[in-house]
Write a protein that binds this ligand. Sequence first.
Ligand code: UTP
Length: 292
Amino acid sequence: MKVKKAVIPAAGLGTRMLPETKTLPKEMLPIVDKPAIQYVVEEAVNSGIEEILILTNRSKTVMDDYFDYHPELEAKLRAAGREDDANMIRKVADMAHFTFIRQKETLGLGHAVLCAKRFVGNEPFAVLLGDDIMKSDPPVTRQLIDAAEKYNCSAMGGRHVPLKEIGKYCTTRYESIPGEEKIFHLLEAIEKPRPEQVITDFAILGRYVFTPEIFEVLEHQTTGFNGEIQLTDAIDGLAKRSKVVAVDFEGRRFDTGSMTGYLETVLEYALESEKTGAWLKEYILKKAEEWK
Ligand code: UTP
């Protein structure tokens, strides 16, 4: 199985980040000097993905613009001798072959993935949520592609989360695979479980590799939690009819779609950045002195 296509759903309404997200997509919020979605695209590209579909909506056209050329700006930068900057902004548009389509109604993540059916065709594909940044080497999507290729089936990325927080994610039932520590056979998944529904602390989070069979499930998927077509419900349906593996991936996950998650991501990346790290450390230390 070769996975060369990825889908990045970025058409959500971002209601946890209002009023900011009224006009600016949360996926475009800066993490130091790059929008969040660029980190997601880079992960896909570094995992061997060549074609990327970004799902947007009518108020998110700024994402198409970002992954396009900007000849006027480039010319200005080159005229000013800023060749490196001109090359850098061109590279953003050349990282992969990009396609943009609109999810015409915000009916949920499962519906967003179903909108990718024509783009995907009859190939396996990766899904990377546009507001989740994963920091890891090898990239999380690569880890999932390796598992999907090894077992010739869909592979879901997940982590063990504190049980008291599992209600924010999904809970799963799985069984071990002999000789594997980090890859399991997935049997069941329940979105946003109520306490009495919790099965395990292992939640599927932000990264997936699917065979096209997921579309057969999604086409018949009824609405679930919050009245939305939930991807987790379709994963549950897929796991009940075919082999699906779950991968306890290596790496750190940043949820940029919540206020505190966004601030944590910015601080982590700003501390590591050559441009801002030393300054930020000094600033934090100064603040800590003031708070003593
Ligand atoms: P979230 O649930 O985190 O995004 O979906 P949201 O709905 O925009 O956020 P809140 O809860 O209202 O703040 C995860 C990813 O799936 C996309 C989002 O853009 C986000 O990247 N998504 C979600 C879609 O593309 N379409 C949808 O219908 C729902």
